[in-house]
Design a protein around this ligand. Sequence first.
Ligand code: PXP
Length: 243
Amino acid sequence: MGKALRLGVNIDHVATIRNARGGHHPDPIRAALAAAQAGADGITAHLREDRRHISDDDIARLIDEVHLPLNLEMAATPEMVEIALRHRPRAACIVPERREERTTEGGLDVVHGFRHLEPMVGRLVDAGIRVSLFVEPDPAQLDAAVRIGAPVVELHTGAYCEATGDERRARLERLTAAAEYAGRAGLECHAGHGLGYGTVTAVAAIPTIAELNIGHFLVGEAIFIGFKEAIHTMRRLMDEARA
Ligand code: PXP
């Protein structure tokens, strides 16, 4: 058996459904508690600048009411850095929210955004928050992550999940090579975006990946089989891939 692979359950889209009608149902904090019971190792939530799903109050309640570590996904803005410093989540994953912050395929452009990102990463790291950068599987981005002082990267699996056939195999090779490169560079490597039952096994089998963050598929699958059952199944597929 390889090293344990953690599952971070992203509850953003429970909040999306709640917000479609206003009010309190379904409650993303209840979903986080259910995820904890179902074997999640952490909770991931993205406080977007436009608050389209998770709210400020959700973040406060996730910290207060859920015992699992919180991975706060956030844009690199002064407002979000202040929020992170106030709540002190275990981890913060910096993600792009604006087009000009992204590389061509959608991860954070650490290479070109270096000067903008460096002081924010420094403040979060100094506060004891484990900072990760959500990047494409591109060695140049990983080198920049090392130089900027981030201990963790999360590889964007979106392009791999959307591709089919030879294109998907090529995308998987890129992910595998980047995860190995990250390991050699001393970075802890996570992965996520778009993963489902059909795409998780190959990514979970990459030995240098320590954590997967998965949300949309699990919330969607919850409609048919329930949230806990969906998480159990995902967990089993991840464990089998590591065995
Ligand atoms: N990881 C990061 C950095 C993300 O931004 C997202 C989407 O919010 C996810 C993982 C989860 O993606 P999905 O909801 O497609 O599983």
